[in-house]
Design a protein. Structure first.
Length: 318
């Protein structure tokens, strides 16, 4: 009877907290409400301005992960999380005091750079993601504080207190990690928002309009099937075509500034080379899908280019 009651209570807890066929669970509903809650927006605006004001120079793109091709923050957080989890395992074993303390210290040292990369990405997100991200960051800051207190307690020989603080820190960091997963997988933070283009554009050439419809030096929005594209004609007659939705957060590139052979996204400032879609400046970490072009009679036709990026010198068909 007692075992059946325990199973029933566990099932009821899972039903309340986890998604089911009847709809989202309590946790998911809570996070969804957090996305829509404007109560912290003034704080978010102030923190975002402070993060953007930090004079990082070229280091900003490095922290975004442009060199890697995707955000670097998820990679960097593996070190503190891994060391803290390992410390928790050692704490459960006898005679491992020094090893656990060392691991916690390594995690604390690695947490700073990981947090800097996370804040740099966070400052370029939409408001809904920033709301969740702020709580994610608050949980991680709390976890770091608990681990710092754990480290200090262990240094003073108060091992039992240090273990308790360490396990508390691990619990808080796990909750923060769950919110990080929500940001990445439900809200698509850091994802390539143009990745779908090669999967939906049909092979071959597609007419997008008469050449005369495209004024020199100004972006025009057209469609290739279901995909919006940006068409730019240069003075010398060359025509460049990129997928219109920015790979960073799907901003409309056709509404951006055209200068020096590049287009600047109007939403978060990512810069893409018109010739091949290469992302020359972040926060975008993925290049923009680009199209080959040719003129048949007076009609401009485009074809998806399957290679894009630095060094891609695919010639435009005349």
């Amino acid at each position: 009877m007692e075992r059946s009651l325990t199973r029933y209570r566990a099932a009821e807890t899972a039903r309340r907290l986890l998604p089911s066929a009847d709809g989202p669970g309590r946790v998911l509903r809570g996070v969804d409400r957090l996305e829509r809650w404007p109560g912290a927006d003034r704080l978010i605006d102030a923190v975002r301005a402070a993060v953007r004001a930090v004079p990082l120079g070229a280091g900003r793109d490095a922290l975004h992960g442009r060199w890697l091709g995707h955000p670097v923050h998820p990679l960097m957080v593996q070190l503190p999380i891994g060391t803290w989890l390992s410390a928790g395992v050692l704490d459960a074993l006898p005679g491992r005091r020094r090893g656990a303390r060392t691991l916690i210290g390594v995690g604390l040292a690695a947490a700073g750079p990981a947090a800097l990369a996370g804040w740099t990405d966070w400052a370029e997100l939409p408001k809904e993601q920033q709301r969740v991200g702020l709580v994610h960051a608050a949980a991680n800051v709390t976890g770091v504080a608990l681990y710092a207190a754990s480290y200090a307690a262990r240094r003073r020989g108060r091992v039992r207190r240090g273990k308790a603080l360490g396990y508390a820190g691990l619990s808080v960091v796990a909750a923060g990690g769950a919110l990080g997963g929500h940001l990445a997988y439900r809200q698509a933070s850091g994802a390539n928002h143009a990745e779908y283009v090669p999967h939906v554009v049909e092979a071959g050439w597609h007419a997008v309009g008469d050449v005369a419809e495209f004024p020199v030096g100004r972006a025009v929005r057209r469609h290739v099937g279901e995909v919006a594209v940006m068409v730019v004609r240069e003075e010398g007659g060359a025509v460049h075509v990129l997928a219109d939705r920015c790979s960073h957060m799907a901003g409309p590139l056709s509404e951006g500034e055209i200068a020096d052979g590049c287009v600047r996204c109007p939403w978060h400032g990512s810069v893409f080379r018109l010739a091949d879609g290469w992302n020359v400046r972040g926060p975008a970490t993925a290049p923009q899908p680009s199209f080959d072009t040719r003129v048949v009679g007076d009609r401009l036709e485009v074809r998806l280019r399957h290679t894009a990026g630095a060094g891609d010198d695919a010639a435009e068909a005349a």
